[in-house]
Write a protein that binds this ligand. Structure first.
Ligand code: ATP
Ligand code: PRP
Length: 215
C-alpha cells in the first residue's frame, strides 16, 4: 500500500488531474469529504488530505510514503528524511521580500539596528538575511502578511507573490526575490528503499503526466 499526502486548499485542484491522467483518482471528493484518509480506485494507493504546512512532516516521519508540497513549505521545513523527486510545475509563484512603497530597504537596513520582518517562513527569512549580514527580528504570522507593515507590526515581509495584486492593493513593493516556487512530489527516504518498485511506477507515470500537461 502506498500512502500519498496531498495538500488540501489551493494545490489540491491542480494535483488531482496529475494522478487522474494515469488512471488514479480518489473515491470521494477530497474538497467536500470530511474524511482525512481517502481510498483511491486502486487498491494499493490511498490519499491523506492534510494542511499544506503539515505534508512535509507526514512524509519526513514516514506516516506518508510520498506527498505533494509547495517548495516554500519544503524549504521552510528543511526537507529532512525525504527526496524531492519531481517539480510538478503547479501553484507557481515567487517568494519575495516586500516593504511599503514609500520605504527604502537599504536605508532601513542601515538605519535600524534590526529589521523587523513578518513572515510565515521564519527559517527561510532568518537564513536569507543572515547570509547578507543583516540582523533581523522575525515575527511569525500564519497569513495575511501584507497587513503587518501597514499597521507598524513590521518593516518588511517575506511572502509569496503570484499576480502581485495583493501587494499592490496594500501599497507594498517587492524588494527582492528569494526563490521561485512550485509544488514538488516528495518521497520518504525509507519508503524509497522499501517500496521502490511501487514508488518508481508512480513517479514515472507522474513524470509522463507532466509531459502531457506541457502541451
Ligand atoms: P496552511 O493551510 O497549512 O496554512 P496555506 O494556507 O499556505 O497552508 P495554501 O494557501 O493552500 O495553503 O497554499 C498552498 C501552497 O500553494 C503554498 O505552499 C504555495 O506553494 C502555493 N501558493 C500559495 N499562494 C500562492 C499564490 N498566490 N499563487 C500560486 N501559488 C501559491
Ligand atoms: C497568498 C500569498 C499572498 C497572495 C499572493 O495568500 O500569501 O498573500 O497569495 O497572490 P497574488 O500575488 O496573486 O495576489 P493566500 O491567498 O494563500 O492567503 P493567506 O495570506 O491566507 O495565505
Amino acid at each position: 500500500m502506498l500512502t500519498i499526502a496531498l495538500s488540501k486548499g489551493r494545490i489540491l485542484d491542480d494535483t488531482l488531474p496529475l494522478f487522474e491522467r494515469f488512471g488514479v483518482f480518489p473515491m470521494e471528493n477530497p474538497s467536500k469529504s470530511r474524511r482525512l484518509i481517502i481510498e483511491s480506485n486502486k487498491p494499493d494507493i490511498r490519499f491523506l488530505i492534510i494542511r499544506a504546512s503539515d505534508v512535509a512532516t507526514y512524509v519526513q516521519f514516514g506516516a506518508a510514503d510520498a506527498g505533494v508540497v509547495g517548495k516554500d513549505l519544503l524549504l521552510e521545513h528543511g526537507g529532512d528524511g525525504m527526496y524531492e523527486t519531481l517539480d510538478l510545475n503547479i501553484a507557481r509563484c515567487r517568494m519575495v521580500v516586500a516593504e511599503p512603497e514609500t520605504a527604502s530597504a537599504t536605508s532601513q537596513a542601515a538605519s535600524v539596528a534590526r529589521l523587523r520582518i513578518a513572515t510565515k517562513y521564519p527559517n527561510i527569512t532568518q537564513k536569507h538575511f543572515a547570509a547578507k549580514g543583516i540582523q533581523t527580528e522575525i515575527i511569525k504570522l500564519y497569513g495575511s502578511m501584507e497587513l503587518a507593515p501597514l499597521v507598524g507590526l513590521a518593516d518588511s515581509i517575506v511572502d509569496l507573490v503570484d499576480t502581485g495584486n495583493t501587494m499592490s492593493a496594500n501599497g507594498l513593493k517587492e524588494v527582492e526575490t528569494i526563490a521561485d516556487i512550485s509544488s514538488r512530489f516528495v518521497v520518504n527516504r525509507a519508503s524509497m528503499k522499501l517500496k521502490r518498485q511501487a514508488l518508481s511506477i508512480v513517479i514515472d507515470r507522474m513524470r509522463e503526466s507532466l509531459k502531457g500537461s506541457e502541451h
